[in-house]
Design a protein around this ligand. Structure first.
Ligand code: BGC
Ligand code: BGC
Length: 644
């Protein structure tokens, strides 16, 4: 049957409805052809569907409803998991076993075991189905004190090193496996198009191609891949492509706002990372908080079911975001048939899960949610659990790497992170000052110089990244510590002076400054992207006045308008949010003792750097494009001194 006329008719209908101001929540339109079916790597699986059949027929409605609910570990006990047959748990940002930040590794594994045992207890005659635990390991296993923290995605994007992405994924997966957890809510495949968005740093790039390339490698690193023979083998965890779809495209960069864009651009820009992730085998996709043209995605059947599942052919499961369903008109956190009917298979109901459970059972009995739909959601969850080997892997504590303290913050993982730091640094200006001779007297100044919370950013031990100190990052190296180690080995001297004051004149100064930590909602910028560094600018100017050659190292989750600071420094480095391995900065800034360059700058901007505070949004490909530094910019030691 030729669907073209039908499709055209559907679009016209939507257009008319749109003009009339109606909100077409559910359309019957066939997805456009440009949403081409994806071939996923899980093709010749034997017996999986039969196995699912065999489980589903034995499940009661109550068990099925329990299976599609995810609760937060502070709000549910193993006994409740046993009683309600809950399918999944998560620990939110800054949530630890017994709310104890310094929980030893064994405490993580112990509760993983306790929840697992509860889910496998079939003494009440119900079906044993292993629970799955999800965590936000978004730049390393960042809720765990002592874990390796990789640079946030904005920095990784600047590396343009796909092979390293796979290794970072694999290292992250091992640290997650060490806690007895089998699932991470990563990678974020957002294509951030307006840097006022507080989650820009979770985005690899404003360019869809980079996000797609990285999404693929990250998924393969985390899960393994059937063609490599290592899928869900030792130390591999389930990945999540998030957030589907359009999270980086909201008007004004408003977190959870409205992405107003035509459908083809939605696919081309914001779909690129999802498609690549699914092609690489990503087993879960997280629905996004944002709306698309006025409709909340958690309730958008067209996007979640028609496009993602029916047309693209995604056969894993869609997980909702944190109470994301409650934003659908007519829903509350504890009641929302709409989200399940739209296509969310596993609903994230962190606290009100019990009420949600009871309400959903009632809705199924009343027919508000069909048995077919409920079965489909359950089947998808079981498919992922089977593929991930959860039925065979046994108790979390018996799985490879679980409880191994040498895996958390492992030296090899830290070495990878340090390499990532080196490669993510973008040199924006160098008036002949860099590289530095480590045998000199170096002054290290600025609030971020010896400050792990600023180096790590949000989603680091706590959700917003606040309420922490260097002591919360054991094993980490601050940028100052890295410089000090390099310089003292070479016979030089590095002095930390946050204020920039000095007694004897240094040969050169490094001023490290930047944004203080933030995460979703709180990181949005209401006005422009200008940055009131005040103190840093004063320090830079004072040093200049004193004739000290000065390098500015800027820590931020996105480009900011810092032209006065750039002008005041002799060299300027965008270092993003580098994470736990600050020594990577000194690796590049300094030569070795003989004066030879050890590591050149290789980072290239994956985001356009604005020429004025209000130059947002600005993205490569814009018809009008006059940035301060274009996408792809980045100097190295061979380049001539730039104009600025
Ligand atoms: C975020 C997700 C995250 C979830 C669980 C939400 O607020 O949007 O990215 O995975 O919380 O912590
Ligand atoms: C949790 C986060 C979550 C957020 C959503 C926080 O309390 O720790 O993981 O994303 O709430 O509101």
């Amino acid at each position: 049957m030729n669907l073209q006329p039908l499709k055209a008719f559907g679009s016209v209908l939507i257009a008319i409805l749109g003009v009339a101001g109606c909100v077409a929540v559910e359309t019957t339109t066939e997805p456009q052809d440009y949403w081409a079916p994806i071939s996923t790597p899980f093709t010749d699986e034997e017996g999986v569907e039969e196995r699912i059949d065999g489980i589903v027929v034995r499940m009661s409605i109550e068990e099925k409803v329990g299976q599609i609910i995810m609760a937060e570990i502070q709000s549910i006990t193993p006994a409740e998991v046993r009683q309600y047959h809950i399918g999944a748990i998560l620990n939110g940002g800054g949530s630890y076993p017994s709310t104890e930040r310094y929980s030893p590794l064994q405490a993580w594994v112990d509760i993983a075991d306790a929840f697992y045992d509860a889910s496998m207890d079939n003494t009440d005659g119900k079906v044993a189905i292993p629970i799955i635990w999800g965590t936000d390991a978004v730049h390393g296993h960042n809720n765990v004190v002592g874990a390796t923290l990789f640079p946030h995605n904005v920095g990784l994007g600047a590396m343009r090193n796909r092979a390293l992405m796979r290794e970072i994924g694999a290292a992250t997966a091992r640290e997650v496996a060490a806690t007895g957890i089998n699932w991470t809510f990563a990678p974020t495949v957002a294509v951030a198009r307006d840097d006022r968005w507080g989650r820009t740093y979770e985005s690899y790039s404003e360019a869809p191609e980079i996000v797609a390339q990285y999404a693929k490698e990250m998924v393969i690193g985390l899960q393994g891949h059937p063609a490599l023979g290592n899928v869900f083998s030792a130390g591999k965890v389930v990945a999540t492509a998030k957030h589907f779809i359009g999270d980086g495209g909201t008007t004004l960069g408003d977190d959870q706002g409205d992405t107003q864009i035509d459908e083809r651009s939605l696919k081309e820009i914001h779909g690129a990372g999802h498609i690549a992730a699914i092609e690489a085998g990503a087993q879960t996709v997280m629905a996004t908080f944002n709306s698309w043209n006025g409709v909340k995605t958690h309730g958008n059947k067209y996007l979640l079911t028609e496009v993602l599942k029916n047309q693209l052919g995604f056969d894993g499961f869609v997980v909702g975001d944190w109470d994301g369903h409650e934003q659908i008109p007519g829903c509350t956190s504890s009641k929302c048939a709409q989200t399940i009917n739209a296509g969310v298979d596993m609903v994230m109901v962190p606290t009100d899960w019990k009420e949600f459970y009871n309400n959903t059972i009632r809705q199924v009995r009343k027919g508000d949610i069909s048995t077919e739909r409920l079965n489909d959601a359950v089947r998808r969850i079981l498919r992922v659990k089977i593929r991930a080997g959860l039925f065979e892997k046994g108790r979390p504590s018996t799985q490879p790497f679980a409880g191994q303290t040498d895996i958390i913050g492992n030296p090899q993982h830290r070495a990878l992170a340090r390499q990532a730091v080196r490669e993510s640094l973008v040199l924006l200006k160098n008036a002949g000052l860099l590289p530095l001779d480590p045998g000199q007297k170096i002054l290290v100044a600025g609030a971020a110089a010896n400050n792990m919370p600023m180096q790590a950013g949000g989603w680091s031990v706590t959700w917003q990244g606040g309420d922490t100190s260097n002591a919360d990052f054991p094993g980490a190296t601050t940028i100052f510590a890295g410089i000090q180690a390099k310089v003292s080995t070479a016979g030089g001297q590095a002095d930390l002076s946050v204020s920039g004051k000095f007694e004897t004149r240094p040969d050169a100064a490094i001023v490290v400054f930047g944004e203080t930590p933030y995460a979703e909602f709180e990181g949005d910028l209401e006005e422009g992207v200008d940055f009131e560094s005040e103190n840093a600018l004063k320090i830079l100017r004072a040093l200049k006045g004193a004739g000290v050659p000065t390098i500015a190292v800027f820590l931020s989750g996105r480009p900011r308008w810092v032209t006065p600071e750039i002008d005041a420094a002799d060299a300027f480095v965008a270092a993003w949010l580098p994470g736990s391995e600050g020594a990577g900065v000194a690796d590049v800034l300094f030569t070795d003792e003989s004066g030879a360059i050890q590591h050149n700058f290789v980072g290239k901007l994956s985001f356009t750097w604005p020429a004025s505070p209000d130059q947002q949004p600005i993205n490569i490909g814009d018809a009008q494009y006059e940035p301060l530094f274009p996408f792809g910019f980045g100097l190295n030691y061979q380049d001539d001194a730039p104009e600025r």
